[in-house]
Structure formats: structure tokens, C-alpha cells
Design a protein. Structure first.
Length: 79
């Protein structure tokens, strides 16, 4: 009986999904397959939107914590 870690299965699945996106682009360009190119473009667009949302979220949280730290400096003397 072979025991496979759940983390290893998750890693392999994530790798397969990540590699399937460039494969769709390559296969779509090679075979002139419009549906593969559509998947490639759609997945890249979704990833760009997700990354944009993460950047905005991080910016908002950094700004918030920066303001909190500025308010704390009033109460705590730093040498």
C-alpha cells in the first residue's frame, strides 16, 4: 500500500492546472484552434483581473495599517 500525501496531490493538481494554460496557447497557435486560443486568452484575462484585485487589496491594507501606526506613534514615545 502506497501512502500519498494530500499536499503532494494538491501540488501535482496545481501544477497541471498552471501548465494547462500555456499549453492551450501553444496548441491553439500550432493547430490554429480558436477554442484553445479563446481559453488561453480567457484564463489570462481572469488571472490579470485577480492580480489587479490583489494589488488593490494589498494597497488598501498597507494604507490602513500605516495610518494605525501613525496614530500609535502619538501614544508611544520612540527614542
Amino acid at each position: 500500500q502506497v501512502y500519498v500525501s494530500t499536499n503532494m496531490v494538491s501540488l501535482v493538481l496545481n501544477l497541471l492546472i498552471a501548465l494547462s494554460i500555456p499549453y492551450c496557447g501553444w496548441r491553439g497557435a500550432k493547430d490554429d484552434d480558436q477554442s484553445m486560443l479563446c481559453w488561453f486568452c480567457g484564463c489570462n484575462f481572469a488571472e490579470a483581473c485577480y492580480t489587479g484585485m490583489i494589488v488593490v487589496w494589498v494597497h488598501q491594507h498597507v494604507s490602513y495599517w500605516s495610518e494605525v501606526c501613525d496614530e500609535c506613534k502619538e501614544y508611544v514615545e520612540m527614542d
